[in-house]
Write a protein that binds this ligand. Sequence first.
Ligand code: ATP
Length: 236
Amino acid sequence: MLELRGVHTYYGHIHALKGIDAVVPDGEIVALIGGNGAGKTTTLRTISGMLRPKQGSVLMQGKDISGIPAHQILQMGMSHVPEGRRIFPQLTVRENLEIGAHTVTDRKVIEERIQEGFTYFPRLKEREHQLGGTMSGGEQQMLAIARALMVNPKLLLLDEPSMGLSPLFVEAIFDIIVELNAKRGTTILLVEQNAQMALSVAKHAYVLQTGEVKLSGNAADIAEDESVRKAYLGED
Ligand code: ATP
């Protein structure tokens, strides 16, 4: 589905990604973990076209998409749920979902997708006419994911979906991630500070450190790795 080949990304003179190689196979959940400032968000931004790699390439279904504008990449079937969610606080749940479908012209399709979103997130249906900004953090995260689904993506990029949520909501969000993958067949690249949760749902994982892949492989093996346990799973 997705491949990164020797990707280097800069913010001005700051060399944030230093040659990332990674593969996200079709239909899988892949976790991207690492400490603060490791480059996880930058990786997602580079994949979805918000940033342009200075060197290397990003391939989606074999096609080089590096340098293609973000709105075109979205139309190819990739949806990015950014860190901090960024829903529209002054718009209702329904209006937020409709905005997510701005590239879809058929009203009937839009309505079908809103209803499909409600099957994954019944809580959003209950709050269909509530303003986004008055929802709880967990509900806003659900809305952000449901909004990203409005374009019927093949690939979903999720940036720290558990951030700031209570343990119960973290579980609910991870259950939905697994369900979306199993039922819709959506391929998911999941960036998380909550390494334990991410590794429990992913098949493969990458550990980033200061802009480089420090470790990669089977998620279950990475969860057992001693250096990972010490650094990211809170063990001494
Ligand atoms: P966190 O878990 O703390 O969000 P991260 O792994 O997502 O971290 P990034 O946000 O990708 O890390 O940051 C990677 C590096 O790029 C960091 O050194 C950061 O300071 C730098 N960086 C990120 N955004 C910018 C920016 N807009 N301008 C300049 N430097 C940036």
